[in-house]
Design a protein around this ligand. Structure first.
Ligand SMILES: C[S@@+](CC[C@H](N)C(=O)[O-])C[C@H]1O[C@@H](n2cnc3c(N)ncnc32)[C@H](O)[C@@H]1O
Length: 407
């Protein structure tokens, strides 16, 4: 996830935050309705809610959640941009890897995309697969947001009418395991997380509480699943987290990855996102966790404001993803930065398709390439991870860099 040039806000108060654009009247009403709904649940729950439940409402409440209530989250007119929104170079490179993964399954090969956003990645990927003569029989999309699903259908029907009938939208993961590729860009960071604080006496969940005017944090009673999960993190780190240390973790990551693994008869799960190895994520100096919110291309760190109007994300613990995959019977088939993955899947060849004599188009392409690959932009912060089942050969995207031993 990336943003246009921003101003960093400096102060939070109630359901607004200094430095952020003011929501319009209709958005404010929706946000207030959602806030009332959450406050009622807080009250019914004894005065506090696990942060994961607050995040679930803020992002996925069926009526007012950020991803449920509309379809304008992504792009220049929305709140943030993602790699496929920045350039078709991303989708074309991913297509190179996907085509190679589909190869052994011939006519039976299928693709499942998780959380397809505006549909832009699906367009780029399918166009490139068609150019390579590797179109799959079926292209499945699992999308939780009704608004985004409608936007995807509109875009794909308009851009690819001749292959539209191969595309199928799902409400849940397919019952019959597929052979091919399951992939998602920036879906992991949208999974709900729980926040915690280390105290001398143990690990406390950080809960959301508040009066009708605003939300705030409170320290909850220790919970066994959360404490056990933190103990496992500390065991992985080989040291205890210090008192006062705050961070977050995704308690249902293991179950989520297992549900994907259950859908994969053979092939690979490819996930792209921003995140770290466990040692980097829970580094002693990262004492406040990784939660970031996006509202109209402003990034800030207060998830308790603007409920339903802003995106809330947490970086990904890729060690936990790898562990979840291997626990589910998959092989860790690759882990590399986005820059190396794209270089391994033909970024240079893709650039060469733009005529250097067309200076405007070529310079635009170069700029896109820089945004996707430079360490100061998306190149290193974003990673690619692959989990495989019965893979016949190494994945091309990880040929230039293999960081699996760091996980
Ligand atoms: C940040 S957007 C990324 C969209 C798109 N992949 C892109 O790169 O532009 C997150 C997407 O994940 C979807 N999503 C969130 N949780 C999901 C889940 N458990 N399964 C499938 N999609 C999910 C959201 O509805 C949204 O489309």
């Amino acid at each position: 996830m990336s943003i246009m040039p921003n101003n960093s806000p400096d102060k939070t108060a109630h359901n607004t935050i200094a430095g952020l654009p003011t929501p319009d009247a209709e958005a404010s009403i929706r946000s207030t309705e959602l806030a009332h709904y959450i406050h009622a649940e807080i009250e019914a729950n004894g005065g506090g809610l696990p942060f994961s439940r607050f995040m679930e409402h803020a992002l996925y409440n069926p009526d007012y959640g950020y991803y449920s209530a509309g379809a304008n989250q992504l792009g220049a007119a929305g709140d943030f941009v993602t790699a496929p929104e920045i350039s078709s170079l991303f989708g074309c490179c991913v297509a190179t890897q996907v085509a190679a993964l589909l190869e052994p399954y011939g006519e039976d090969g299928e693709i499942l995309e998780l959380g397809a956003g505006t549909g832009r990645l699906a367009v780029d990927l399918l166009e490139e697969l068609e150019r390579l003569g590797k179109l799959p029989r079926r292209y499945l999309i699992l999308e939780l947001s009704g608004g985004l699903r409608a936007r995807q259908q509109h875009t794909l029907k308009e851009r690819l009418p001749h292959i539209y009938e191969r595309i199928e939208w799902l409400d849940q993961l397919p019952k019959k395991p597929l052979k091919g590729v399951i992939f998602g860009n920036e879906v992991l960071d949208a999974l709900t997380v729980d926040c915690f604080e280390i105290e001398p006496g143990g690990t406390h969940p950080l809960e959301v509480c508040g009066d009708n005017e605003s939300f705030s944090w409170r320290r909850g009673q220790p919970s066994i699943p959360l404490s056990n999960a933190v103990t496992r993190i500390e065991a992985g780190l080989g040291q205890q987290l210090a008192a006062g240390y705050r961070s977050e973790l995704c308690l249902h990551l293991q179950a989520w990855v297992r549900s994907l693994a259950d859908c994969l008869a053979a092939g690979a799960i490819l996930l792209f996102d921003y995140g770290y190895t466990r040692a980097e994520y829970y580094h002693p100096e990262r004492r406040q966790g990784t939660l970031v919110c996006h509202y109209r291309h402003h990034a800030h760190f207060d998830p308790l404001v603007l409920p339903g109007l802003q995106d809330i994300t947490a970086s990904v613990d890729f060690s936990a993803v790898a562990e979840a995959g291997t626990n589910a019977g998959l092989e860790l088939a690759g882990y590399a930065t986005q820059a190396w993955f794209l270089m391994g899947t033909g970024l240079e060849e893709q650039l060469a398709r733009t005529d250097p004599n067309d200076q405007m188009a070529y310079l635009k392409r170069i700029q896109e390439l820089k945004t996707l690959t430079l360490p100061s932009e998306m190149g290193e912060r974003f990673k690619a991870i692959a989990l495989g089942r019965n893979l016949e050969q190494p994945l091309r995207g990880f040929s230039g860099q293999d960081l699996r031993n760091r996980l």
